[in-house]
Design a protein around this ligand. Structure first.
Ligand SMILES: C[S@@+](CC[C@H](N)C(=O)[O-])C[C@H]1O[C@@H](n2cnc3c(N)ncnc32)[C@H](O)[C@@H]1O
Length: 243
């Protein structure tokens, strides 16, 4: 997977920064995290560092990004150096992350959808738990268990689902980001029950599901029906987990 992202940094970053759903996803993650003053943020599967950097802008004391792709980390470091935002980075697989203290807020935007089995899903949650403070929050964005390709391929929101096929107890999806050439990646969709079992078995004691927070201001200026698919067949969903 890391090699995969190394070769598609440009396409992914172009998608992420132009995505019409990003502002909604950021708003949702910020709301779920709550007050950021004096909080240290760990941004797992940070990619370009987008979320950690935005959390700094919205008041976090510090932000540290972890990603297994060297290409993503190089891009993220260069961007933070250019902006002088102070975000720090480390290249690591989340599954084998050395302990370096507990965080009040741990973000994982599009990490758990790379777990290739239910066993890996649980081990991923177990690997994240020690990095979270007792009263901290793990704020997640992941592939929505309820999304179905038959109801729309999502291309209007900047990423196209090419296929979904049964995979173990879940579903394997091929996604495409536009570019020259276009970039394809694989995601895994797990059911709500699968997430809940993995989270509790990993040692978390509470979890809450959340839908993205769409506001009137998102609707203004868009053609009628623009958000129809987003509301009824959304590709992302959020979760908050506590120890
Ligand atoms: C879709 S990108 C999301 C990046 C960022 N969170 C965002 O939303 O813009 C997924 C990222 O997850 C990283 N990733 C996937 N599995 C990982 C793992 N086990 N450990 C660390 N990073 C991982 C990939 O390298 C990639 O950069």
């Amino acid at each position: 997977m890391s090699a995969k992202y190394d070769s598609i940094v440009d396409q992914y970053v172009a998608y992420a920064y132009a995505s019409p759903t990003r502002p909604i996803e950021l708003r949702t993650m910020l709301r779920l995290a709550g007050d950021l003053e004096g909080r240290d943020v760990l941004d797992l599967a940070c990619g370009s560092g987008y979320y950690g950097r935005e959390f700094l802008r919205f008041g976090a004391r510090s932000a540290h990004g972890v990603d297994q792709s060297q290409g993503m980390i190089d891009f993220a470091r260069a961007l933070s150096a250019h902006r002088g935002d102070g975000m720090t980075f480390q290249r690591n697989d989340v599954m084998a992350m050395p302990f370096a203290g507990e965080y009040s807020v741990v973000l994982a935007a599009y990490l758990f959808n790379y777990a290739q089995s239910l066993d890996e899903l649980q081990r991923m949650f177990a690997a994240v738990l020690p990095h979270l403070k007792r009263d901290g929050k793990l704020v997640i964005q992941t592939f929505n268990p309820d999304y179905r390709l038959a109801l729309g391929d999502y291309a209007m929101y900047g990423v196209k689902v090419l296929e979904e096929v049964p995979w173990k107890q879940g579903t394997r999806l091929q996604l495409e980001f536009p570019g020259t050439p276009p970039a394809r990646i694989i995601n895994y969709r797990w059911a709500r029950d699968h997430y809940e079992q993995a989270i509790l078995a990993a040692g978390f004691s509470r979890l809450r599901w959340h839908e993205p927070v769409l506001l009137e201001e998102d609707i203004t200026g868009r053609p009628a029906g623009y958000w129809e698919a987003y509301v009824h067949n959304c590709m992302s969903v959020n979760l908050v987990c506590e120890r």
